[in-house]
Design a protein around this ligand. Structure first.
Ligand SMILES: Cc1cc2nc3c(=O)[nH]c(=O)nc-3n(C[C@H](O)[C@H](O)[C@H](O)COP(=O)(O)OP(=O)(O)OC[C@H]3O[C@@H](n4cnc5c(N)ncnc54)[C@H](O)[C@@H]3O)c2cc1C
Length: 449
């Protein structure tokens, strides 16, 4: 049984359907049989990215789903500069150069993505989606395990296993405490993100890009994202990090675009027809609940998806991390034994490098509030050097994009050859800049004689 029928719950249902006769998803929000934005998922109104790795993992869970999305009109992009305008920490990657190899990314709206996954998961004969809320799991003190759930209306349902996929507002830490267990430690980064979004219909032919991602930087705490979706409408989001406020209206978004995006994109945006209204969302803190550090967990329940870890959404990793958790769950179930603790540990292993990379960028580059380890500063400096070189070196850009898309493991450090390439590249750029600089005006020395 699964609490929460959003993306993580549906991915868990898919994996569990190979091992259980019946998997029931309880979802409090109404879920129509079509792609719709719903109130429990405010992120549906904003730029919502599916990382290339997330697409690959979804395809493993639901073979054919990517083609089905394309058949529904979902745009597909390759990582070339004609299709993607991508900037990280103030560096525009791959400008004017074709990257060495290509990979494919899919650009469904959040509503479309969730609906495609929901459609496929609920086609499985073992899976049932029930539109009812769960008040809390039922804990059997004598047996020391969870034995089912109590629904909002008081009805009790028995279950051998309960998965908490209720999102970042999960109450599992509170329930654990009530049952006599420790709450998990919570790692957090106060990133203070605010989103401001509008949908816009841009006339055909004004821009070739389907994806525009412009991260915030240390000296400019505002960023932008634009994604072209299956209904021919763009979702345009401006965001502030470190408590910076994004524009309040579409005029303000235009002004920001004029300063941070290439002219052909900001011109296209200004020519666009607004659809609907502005939407805002605040995301104060990234949070990782360290279930992997607990000495003891009750049997019969585990957390999944954002209920475990939810990170600065401007990096667009949440869905991909849920699909990676699903892959972890599949291998833990296949090898048997203590599923709850082994899943917590394998999730921690796949979360750690992503969390660390984001924390370095958030504290040093995005003005997150609070103390951080001293090595974050030099680490970000290296990162910045690397990105500087990746602006015009397609091999380095590819290396970076494959890692930020989580296609390649973040445990893999750049090889000495790649570091050397970045250093040589930056040295050459520095020397060229010095050569082209106008000669210094000689300083006149007063003759006192
Ligand atoms: C502003 C914002 C932007 C984001 N952008 C991106 C992005 O670009 N790319 C990306 O990959 N990820 C992004 N994410 C994160 C991503 O949406 C989530 O990681 C993804 O939805 C998986 O989350 P989840 O299923 O664990 O939880 P959620 O999606 O939050 O779903 C939890 C579900 O549980 C239900 N529920 C809660 N309590 C109960 C209960 N007691 N009984 C029954 N049902 C219950 C809720 O109604 C909800 O449907 C973003 C998040 C935010 C907030």
């Amino acid at each position: 049984m699964i609490i929460g029928g959003s993306i993580a719950g549906l991915c868990a249902a898919r994996v569990l359907s190979d091992h259980c006769d019946r998997v029931t998803l309880f979802e409090r929000d109404e879920l129509p049989d079509q792609p719709v934005n719903r109130s429990a998922i405010p992120q549906g109104q904003h730029v919502h990215l599916l990382m290339a790795r997330g697409g690959e993992e979804l395809e493993k869970l639901f073979p054919g789903i990517l083609d089905e999305m394309v058949a529904a009109g979902v745009p597909v992009v390759r990582n070339d500069p004609d299709s993607i305008h991508f900037s990280a920490a103030g560096h525009v990657l791959g400008t004017g150069r074709t990257l060495e190899s290509t990979y494919t990314a899919y650009v469904p709206s959040r509503a479309q993505l969730e609906w495609q996954i929901r459609r496929r998961a609920t086609e499985l004969p073992q899976v049932e989606l029930v539109n009812r809320g769960v008040a809390h799991p039922r804990f059997d003190q004598a047996a020391g395990r969870v034995t089912g759930v109590v629904l909002d209306d008081g009805e009790t349902i028995d279950a051998d296993l309960v998965v908490d996929a209720s999102g970042r507002g999960s109450r599992l830490p509170v329930w654990l405490q009530e049952w006599g267990f420790e709450r998990p430690r919570e790692d957090s980064v106060k990133i203070g993100v605010t989103y401001a979004s509008h949908r816009v219909r841009i006339p055909d032919g004004m821009m070739s890009e389907k994806m525009v991602l412009m991260s915030a930087g240390h000296d400019r705490p505002l960023g932008m994202g634009m994604l072209f979706h299956e209904d021919g409408v763009w979702t345009v989001t401006a965001f502030g990090v470190g408590k910076a406020e994004p524009p309040k209206d579409l005029d303000g978004i235009h002004e920001l675009a004029d300063t941070v995006l290439p002219p052909h994109i900001s011109t296209a945006l200004r020519a666009g027809e607004p659809v609907g209204e502005m939407n805002f969302h605040r995301y104060p803190v990234s949070r990782w609940r360290r279930y992997d550090k607990l000495d003891r967990m009750p049997e019969g329940i585990f957390p999944f998806g954002d209920a475990v870890v939810s990170m600065n959404p401007t990096y667009g990793q949440g869905v991909t991390l849920s699909t990676i958790q699903a892959a972890n769950l599949r291998s833990v179930l296949a090898s048997g034994g203590d599923v709850v603790n082994r899943l917590a540990r394998s999730t921690a292993r796949s979360t750690f490098p992503v969390w660390t990379m984001n924390a370095v960028a958030d504290y040093v580059g995005h003005n997150a509030e609070g103390e951080h380890p001293r090595w974050y500063g030099p680490m970000f400096g290296l990162f910045d050097q690397f990105l500087g070189a990746a602006e015009t070196d397609p091999v380095l850009a590819e290396w970076f994009l494959r890692r930020t898309s989580l296609l390649d493991s973040l445990y893999l450090r750049p090889s000495p050859r790649l570091v050397g390439r970045a250093v040589r590249h930056n040295m050459r750029a520095w020397m060229a800049e010095r050569r082209n600089r106008p000669a210094d005006v000689p300083v006149a020395v007063a003759d006192g004689g």
